[in-house]
Structures are given as structure tokens and as C-alpha cells.
Design a binder for this molecule. Structure first.
Ligand code: GNR
Ligand code: NI
Length: 171
């Protein structure tokens, strides 16, 4: 297993559209395991392959308190969404220390392949619904800050560039 570096906004590679996985083989299972290790190490509840500069439709999630309920979604597709929406505070490992509210469908049904290559459906609500939609946005090159106002987004861009610069100087 390996921990991989997470791309930071405004890295243009975060806007890459991922392609579907052709076959869930050993290579893809290795990617899934590396993603889980990276997500747990970063204390995240979800991670999309896009964030690791791998542009394939793979997501990992774990919203459990004990970090013992990994969820793997390969080639995920939303097959149903509720008309009802919910406003929830979101954060992103690619936009550290930034949190803001985003409105999304409150419930979604997702169809995907698991780590074993078998198809399954997930009825998601609450944090699971927020997270799965946030991760699926990453797979089409969308970061949650794109739902915010242009002014907020500009401030976030500046803050992230400064943070990255400070870290490179050892601050
Ligand atoms: O760790 C994460 N927490 C989170 C909190 C609220 C809404 C979405 C998320 S996803 C985020 C990890 C991440 O960046 N996934 O892409
Ligand atoms: Ni994210």
C-alpha cells in the first residue's frame, strides 16, 4: 500500500474528467487500497481518484466513526435523486481549512461496482449523500468551491496559493 499526494486547489488537473474503469483487476484494486490508505491518513471521509491525479472513475468513502466501514464505488452513476434538497457544510482535502455550505439533493441512489467488481446500489442520505455527490463531482472535474460565489472562490484561490507557498518555504 502507498500514500499518494493529494492535488491542491487551484491545480488545473483537478478539472480533468475521469474515464470509466474498463475492468476491476489487480491494478484497480491496488489503486483502491492506496486511495483508502491516503484517505485515512488525511482524516477524510471520502476521496476521488482525481484528487490523486488518477483520472479514472473510482471513489472511496468511510463515514464511520471507527474508520472501519470502507465503501468503494467504481464507475458510479446516480440513478435517482430527490427533489428535496439539503444545505450542508462541506470541506475538501484538496481545499484544506475551507468549509462552506452547499445545497444538493437530499437523497440519491447510486449504482456502482465494488472492489470485487460486483454491481450494487446504494441509497444515500445525510452525510453519505453529501459525500457521494461531492466525490462524483471530482470525477467530472468539479470542486465544491465552484458552487460558491465568484468572490468567495477568488478569496479561496488566493488563500490556497499563499498556503502552498508558505509551506514550500517551511513556514
Ligand atoms: O473529508 C471530507 N469531508 C467532507 C465533509 C463534508 C462534505 C464533504 C466531505 S468530502 C472530504 C474529503 C474530500 O475532499 N473528498 O473529495
Ligand atoms: Ni473533495
Amino acid at each position: 500500500m502507498a500514500r499518494l499526494p493529494i492535488l491542491r486547489y487551484p491545480d488545473p488537473r483537478l478539472h480533468t474528467v475521469a474515464r470509466p474503469v474498463a475492468a476491476v483487476d489487480e491494478r484497480v484494486r491496488q489503486l483502491v487500497d492506496d486511495m483508502l490508505e491516503t484517505m485515512y491518513a488525511a482524516d477524510g471521509v471520502g476521496l476521488a481518484a482525481t484528487q490523486l491525479d488518477v483520472h479514472e472513475r473510482v471513489i472511496v468513502m468511510d463515514i464511520s466513526e471507527q474508520h472501519d466501514r470502507p465503501l468503494v464505488l467504481i464507475n458510479p452513476e446516480i440513478v435517482a435523486r430527490s427533489d428535496e434538497t439539503a444545505l450542508a457544510e462541506e470541506g475538501c482535502l484538496s481545499v484544506p481549512l475551507v468549509y462552506d455550505r452547499v445545497e444538493r439533493p437530499a437523497r440519491v441512489t447510486v449504482r456502482a461496482l465494488g472492489r470485487d467488481g460486483q454491481p450494487f446500489e446504494l441509497d444515500a442520505e445525510g452525510l453519505t449523500a453529501v459525500c457521494v455527490q461531492h466525490e462524483m463531482d471530482h470525477l467530472v472535474g468539479k470542486v465544491f468551491v465552484e458552487y460558491l460565489s465568484p468572490l468567495k472562490r477568488e478569496r479561496i484561490r488566493t488563500k490556497m496559493l499563499k498556503k502552498t507557498r508558505d509551506e514550500m518555504r517551511g513556514k
